[in-house]
Design a protein around this ligand. Structure first.
Ligand SMILES: *[C@@H]1O[C@H](CO)[C@@H](O)[C@H](O)[C@H]1NC(C)=O
Ligand SMILES: *[C@@H]1O[C@H](CO)[C@@H](O)[C@H](O)[C@H]1NC(C)=O
Length: 405
């Protein structure tokens, strides 16, 4: 089918020319006009820059907003002993697709990497193209296909033992990007790495805060953990945290950015009647993996933050001013803390402290669509987590579910 191949190649080349042309500021209007030709531009949309694709999409009303989200199509796993266990799905362009993973042995005791195989068949037109995002909690990459055949995507080396284990058990998640989303994809690139639990993710968070907020993080001389005299800490003293890695790191970065704060998390110290020190905090993960509001003994809290918190938290202790301390009503504070203990973390309010209008919440390049895209993907990678963040919040606002909070 050399002819078919050439036609598709031609189509893709002209799309690329359009793509390049459109990067010139005066051309998008022209281009848009040209695309109003009888040929529906739907097929070319994945290749168009977002500023061009977005008005087109709006005017042509091709799809509803929800259809613009990346859709999870499957997981590429290693075929098991019983035979192939490939993911199969229908794409937007290719109606018949399969994907599976192949692992490579590492050299010198390394973890090795893998190859994702993706077979595309039955394109519905000569010009169409499918755009995919491939993700693990440790990385994200993308590719697009316009030729029906077996494609491969190489993962040179797993980022860590954790990623290797994750892909062995859960595979690589595949998302189909809908038309016109290449701009979104580019914006996603700014945002998605923030959530990965890697040095790359941590550096991305720091770079993002620097670029968008002018915030710099200077490495302190060691020791990085101060010697605290617990006797100096009183009820009402405030703990301010800035997490910069992993899922909390990513969320806190966005939270800092959209709220203008330089901290993403806070907690409060409380002494009980016997003088024992406690920390009241929301977002504490319990044994069931739920994030709840908790009152923890100081030692336990501190030990976790210093030794186990993989979000690399930067913590500041801000003592209450003596005048205010004199007015601090410990009894009332304890009553309130106990009434909240064990309740789910306030996702409802957290996400809506960022989102209070439909479209004007995010500084560029982030828009509600990008946030929703990240959440959609995260939903598949970290289902229990994203479900809380997003669904609870929407349910609460839409009144679709009554909640105890
Ligand atoms: C990879 O390693 C496994 C066991 O360690 C071995 O059975 C297999 O043959 C190796 N595969 C390749 C391609 O070297
Ligand atoms: C402190 O709070 C408790 C409980 O709410 C209240 O009964 C008490 O009057 C308060 N004390 C002062 C000094 O306001």
């Amino acid at each position: 089918m050399g002819g078919a191949y050439n036609l598709k190649l031609l189509a893709a080349l002209s799309a690329l020319v359009l793509l390049l042309a459109a990067s010139r500021p005066f051309l998008p209007g022209l281009l848009e006009a040209a695309l109003r030709a009888p040929v529906l531009p739907r097929d070319l949309l994945p290749l168009l820059p977002w500023p061009v694709a977005q008005p087109l999409l709006r005017r042509l009303a091709l799809r509803g907003a929800a259809d613009l989200l990346p859709s999870f199509v499957g997981v590429a796993r290693e075929p098991d002993d019983g035979g192939a266990r490939a993911a199969e799905w229908k794409g937007a362009c290719f109606y018949d697709n399969r994907a599976w993973m192949e692992f490579h042995n590492g050299t010198d005791g390394g973890l090795g990497g893998g190859t994702l195989h993706l077979e595309t068949n039955k394109a519905h037109s000569w010009t169409c193209i499918d755009l995919y995002v491939f993700a693990t909690p440790y990385r994200v990459t993308w590719d697009y296909y316009f030729v029906g055949r077996e494609h491969t995507l190489d993962f040179k080396e797993w980022e860590s033992e954790a990623e290797y284990e994750y892909v062995k058990r859960k595979g690589v998640s595949i998302f189909l990007m809908p038309s016109g989303t290449i701009g979104t994809l580019r914006a996603l690139w700014d945002v998605f790495p923030l959530f990965t639990n890697t040095q790359w993710g941590e550096n991305s968070n720091l770079a993002f805060l620097k670029k968008h907020m002018g915030a710099t993080f200077e490495e302190r001389p060691k020791p990085w953990v101060s010697e605290l005299n617990v006797d100096d800490i009183h009820s009402g003293d405030f703990l301010v945290l800035s997490k910069i890695r992993g899922r909390w790191g990513g969320f806190e970065t966005l939270e800092k950015w959209v709220t203008g704060a330089y901290a993403g998390h806070t907690a409060v110290c409380l002494r009980d009647s016997e003088g024992k020190l406690w920390v009241g905090e929301s977002g504490h993960e319990n044994e069931q993996g739920e994030d709840i509001i908790a009152i923890l003994p100081w030692e336990e809290w501190w030990d976790f933050e210093v030794k186990k918190d993989d979000s690399n938290p930067q913590i500041a202790l801000l003592p209450l001013h003596p005048d205010l301390r004199a007015k601090f009503n410990e009894t009332a504070a304890w009553e309130y803390a106990k009434s909240m203990d064990g309740k789910p973390y306030g996702y409802h309010n957290m996400i809506f402290s960022w989102i209070d209008t439909i479209s004007d919440n995010y500084p560029p390049p982030l828009d509600a669509h990008v946030v929703a895209s990240v959440m959609t993907m995260w939903n598949k990678l970290q289902p229990e987590y994203a479900a809380n963040m997003w669904k609870e919040a929407l349910n609460k606002r839409l009144g679709t579910k009554l909640s105890a909070l």
